[in-house]
Design a protein around this ligand. Sequence first.
Ligand SMILES: Nc1ncnc2c1ncn2[C@@H]1O[C@H](COP(=O)(O)OP(=O)(O)OP(=O)(O)O)[C@@H](O)[C@H]1O
Length: 317
Amino acid sequence: MTDVLVQAVDLVKRYPPRNRRDTGFTAVDGIDFSLHRGEAFGFLGPNGAGKSSTMRMIACVSPPTSGTLRVLGMDPRKEGQRIRARLGVVPQDDALDRELTVRENLLIYGRYFGLPKQVIAERGDRLLEFAQLTERGGERVEALSGGMRRRLTIARSLINEPEILLLDEPTTGLDPQARHVLWDRLFRLKQQGVSLVLTTHYMDEAEQLCDRLVVLDSGRIVAQGSPAELIATHSTREVLELRFGVGEQGTALEKLRDAGVHDRLEELPDRLLWYTAEGETALAVVHRLGLSPITAMVRRASLEDVFLALTGRTLVD
Ligand SMILES: Nc1ncnc2c1ncn2[C@@H]1O[C@H](COP(=O)(O)OP(=O)(O)OP(=O)(O)O)[C@@H](O)[C@H]1O
């Protein structure tokens, strides 16, 4: 039997007009998705796609305008408090108390959930260890690096031992090393049976962490599936990336087209993408035509290519 933890059908979030000239804004425009127990589910999309709005509805802090949303079998409009007791929420903004110590930040949160002192203390120790912050427990939050603060926010959101952890852009603003440490912690949580829902505009993060994801654009789902399925359906296996000198890209593109290249060629402001099963064979054609790119790189197709194929735009502006 499948165990569906979150189910959305034709879910809509419309914000009312803010003034008389404003007509309001539909941030989420009729989306369907479901989260199954034990999986990591992602919302991938550019800024403004409606990811945070969707997360806020699941977190029961913003009611849906219309459609059906069930979280842990309950209706967020009516049973928000009961749902929240079984959720962990990691917002984009850490909202930690900078004046308090690392440990105090955890304890305060435990009290918010009305947990007994002894339970909070035990979980606090375990969570500090999980967040690799045991040594820093007595330090004030302002002394921590960005990556440590994120790990503390995640630890704090786990104090009530949630079944679902919601993470809104968990690694935005972190350096690559801090991101990898955080991914490792999230993998660990998944192994422990926590179901994850996360938003991201980083395709590598979505590929690394998500079993399944939906690609959102302007409040609508443009595709959904596992990262591998999405790439297989919407892209070729390989991509040849070519960068040319100023003013040379247009001529190169024309030459490739005149030479009868039938593969998809995508022109971005700074590079030309050639979607092909065999990047090396394509590169040989480039050389045979006498084209001389400044750089030429064959790579595996990624979710970035999926997004480009579906929307005509790149994910990162
Ligand atoms: N309270 C609000 N009132 C009016 N419009 C809003 C409100 N909150 C969000 N929006 C708009 O809804 C759209 C979707 O916002 P949302 O935050 O859900 O997108 P997002 O995909 O999470 O992007 P980001 O990564 O920038 O947070 C944006 O254009 C935003 O300006």
